[in-house]
Design a protein around this ligand. Structure first.
Ligand code: PLP
Length: 413
């Protein structure tokens, strides 16, 4: 397929439940319709386009270190393949606990941190319960909450994309959330949360109904709240909420093997939090939800901590290099404490869609956030290897020197 056609095909492919639901496909007699509350829900996923440089999904650009696969192969031979896996993932949870400095009872593991979030929403959310997010943020928090039939309230981040104290207070004074999502560093902006913000959220989460502030009262409040800090990119940042964890603190921190640990293909994530919360989560997951391969693969990763930490440092150095280059090219660059950078194209005179097209034509794929609320003309680039980053910068420079190809107005997510 010619590149032009491929871009067009991807644009037309822009997914949503509506695209494949009753609005566009004929109803098949005898088949039920999807739940009413799902009919208008957008599907969430990044487009997969066949390009030479893929910098659109925030994975690690590196495979696991030398020696990892050799050791994995040997360990897999010891897996009793005919038996169900350890349902408590004892060894893996033990390894995570040791690495994070907590007790194994404080660790919950699942198939990616998305499944951790889903389990939280199923256990604590559901009909009539409210989940608060601060936008723009990782779309899956709200998406999963909706699928779990929670009421979702989207509050706004400040102009610099921080969650300010006013927004936190609004959550508790007006919305009585059962789950309040923070994301640090935040995807897609790269902003790290402040200790004071998490502390303020914990104060609200801990207050009995009606006494959070003297002025306003959360009259509908039926339950206290769990503050969820999503730290999928936590290793790239200087702040982690894990220092606030405690057995009687309404805080959970979610983390993933998909980024720092170069294991996005394995789908493995975890939560750190009070053992009482972890016990409740195990009521919701399916029996044997975490397969034996994954348990072994995750446990083994902790034997390569030094190599992984070196990669984090390399990525951070590359992030600083890319950030300075983007600024020098005239883009508005948002501070990032993650393995990606968000930048706005308009100061260069280019629209986000056109610049994204220009990069794809040069076989470089980044995330186009232009159609997301408050992110007009913004692109998000994942930090790749040094040579991938050079390819990205070259493609940008060439695009800026070219004439925009008129876009058909379809926005690529
Ligand atoms: C903020 C955030 N949380 C969670 C996830 C999901 O991670 P996982 O691969 O562990 O499901 C992502 C993935 O991009 C993310 O950006």
């Amino acid at each position: 397929m010619q590149l032009d056609h491929r871009i067009r095909a991807i644009q037309l492919e822009k997914p949503s439940v509506r695209d494949v639901g009753a609005d566009t496909l004929p109803l098949v007699p005898g088949l039920p319709t999807v739940r009413d509350d799902l009919r208008s829900l957008e599907r969430y996923h990044s487009p997969q386009l066949d390009v030479e440089v893929r910098l659109n999904t925030n994975e690690s650009p590196y495979p696991p270190p030398e020696g990892y696969f050799e050791a994995l192969e040997a360990r897999l031979r010891e897996v009793p393949w005919n038996r169900y896996p350890d349902r408590h993932a004892t060894r893996l949870r033990g390894a995570i606990a040791k690495h994070e400095g907590v007790e194994p009872e404080s660790v919950f593991v699942a198939n990616g941190s998305n499944e951790v979030i889903q389990t939280l929403c199923l256990a604590y959310g559901g009909s009539g319960r409210t989940v608060v997010t601060f936008e723009p943020t990782y779309a899956m928090h709200g998406h999963i909450a909706r699928v779990a039939q929670c009421r979702t309230v989207e509050l706004e981040r400040s102009a610099s994309f921080e969650v300010d104290s006013g927004a936190v207070d609004e959550a508790f004074t007006h919305h009585a959330p059962v789950l309040l999502f923070l994301c640090s560093p935040n995807n897609p902006t790269g902003t790290a949360e402040k200790l004071a913000t998490v502390q303020r959220a914990l104060l609200g989460a801990d207050s009995p109904p009606g006494v959070y502030t003297t002025g306003a009262v959360a009259s509908e409040r039926a339950t206290n709240c769990l503050v969820v800090v999503d730290e999928a990119y936590g290793q790239f940042a200087s702040f982690s909420a894990t220092e606030l964890l405690g057995d009687d603190v309404g805080l959970v921190v979610t983390r993933t093997f998909s980024k720092t640990w170069s294991m996005a293909g394995a789908r493995l994530g975890y939560l750190l939090g009070p053992p009482t919360v972890v016990r409740e989560l195990y009521k919701v997951v399916l029996p044997y939800h975490l397969d034996a391969i994954k348990q072994v693969a995750g446990e083994l990763a902790f034997e390569f901590v030094d190599e992984m930490e070196m990669r984090v440092e390399t990525i951070k150095a590359e992030r600083d290099r890319l950030g300075s280059n983007l600024a020098a090219m005239g883009f508005e660059v948002f501070d990032s404490q993650s393995n990606f950078i968000l930048f706005r194209t308009t100061p260069t005179g280019w629209g986000g869609d056109d610049l994204w097209d220009g990069l794809v034509r040069r076989s470089v794929l980044v995330r186009n956030c232009s159609s997301w609320n408050r992110l007009e003309d913004c692109l998000r680039v994942t930090i790749g290897t040094s040579s991938e980053n050079d390819r990205f910068l070259d493609a940008l420079a060439q695009t800026l020197e070219s004439t925009p190809t008129p876009s058909d107005g379809t926005k690529q997510q």
